[in-house]
Design a protein around this ligand. Structure first.
Ligand SMILES: [Zn+2]
Length: 279
């Protein structure tokens, strides 16, 4: 599933090719995704220039000021965006094409959990899907003090807390596992039991983990956008995620796998301790 780093890498890959370009045509081939693709996209956007391509959480925001709004796109479970030549053969799951003078952006989504929608006005965040989102982990909004305030009194395990997009966006299962390993915190630790040291380490670990994943994809941005590989064609070098039964790279202890809220968690029982005072 495309996570925040993959979406950011898509954005960085598309931006230099699409920014400032005038749309020739919007072709909807199949509309029934998680939300139906608006059928009037062509009428709305043809002839207008794409002014900006931004990201909020895992949503890509295409700004068309002269058309009066934003095209909002989510890759869902299996979506990907590619730039192809106008005459490139169509894929079976290519549901939307944005045709520009020199290139075509195709949105492919085999499982159709993705979505494309329209938000009229200057502020994309006004859309109900975006309005309830938590803070961006790579901005200055995420600080140890902010986190301390949010975890206060929370008994929920820190792993589940981190994955709640209403609090912080974009920390998916892999990134939660790897961030907690780097910070030396057990995924089972109650969020509210983490002290200032742990919270500082956690904020640093989240930034570092996401940044590394973006850089890993960023170095191959060109291939990423132009290939058929789609999202997930690069991955973070994981220390614990997906490594149950193998040795912890730091101490050699066997990595454990457990279930939390229906998701797999991976951790080193020696390096990752319960929270301050919870031993
Ligand atoms: Zn270890």
């Amino acid at each position: 599933m495309p996570e925040l780093p993959e979406v950011e890498v898509s954005r960085m890959g598309l931006l230099p090719h699409l920014e400032g370009q005038r749309l020739v045509a919007a072709i909807v081939r199949r509309a029934d995704l998680r939300l139906p693709i608006p059928q009037d996209l062509h009428a709305r956007l043809a002839g207008h220039r794409l002014a900006a391509l931004e990201r909020r959480g895992k949503y890509l925001l295409f700004h068309w000021p002269t058309a009066g709004g934003w095209l909002i796109l989510h890759l869902g479970m299996s979506g990907s965006l590619r730039l192809v030549a106008p005459d490139a053969p169509l894929g079976k799951h290519d549901h939307l094409e944005l045709v520009f003078p020199d290139t075509v952006m195709r949105f492919s989504d085999p499982r159709r959990f993705g979505l494309v929608t329209w938000q009229t006005g200057e502020d994309a965040q006004a859309h109900p899907l975006l309005a309830a989102l938590g803070i961006e982990p790579l901005t200055k909004a995420l600080t140890p003090d902010w986190l301390a305030d949010k975890v206060k009194g929370r008994k929920q395990p820190i792993k589940q807390f981190l994955m709640d997009a209403r609090i912080v966006v974009g920390i998916g299962n892999i990134y939660a596992a790897e961030s907690l390993f780097r910070a030396g915190i057990s995924p089972l630790a109650p969020a509210g039991s983490l002290g200032p040291e742990h919270l500082r380490a956690l904020v640093a670990a989240i930034r570092e983990t996401l940044r590394e994943a973006i850089d890993a994809g960023g170095s191959s941005v060109r291939d990423y956008v132009h290939s058929d590989g789609g999202a997930g064609s690069f991955q973070l070098r994981c220390a614990v995620y997906g490594r149950a039964g193998q040795a912890c790279p730091r101490c050699g202890t066997t990595i454990r796998q457990i279930r939390q809220a229906g998701r797999s968690s991976f951790y080193c029982p020696k390096c990752q301790k319960p929270a301050d005072g919870a031993r």
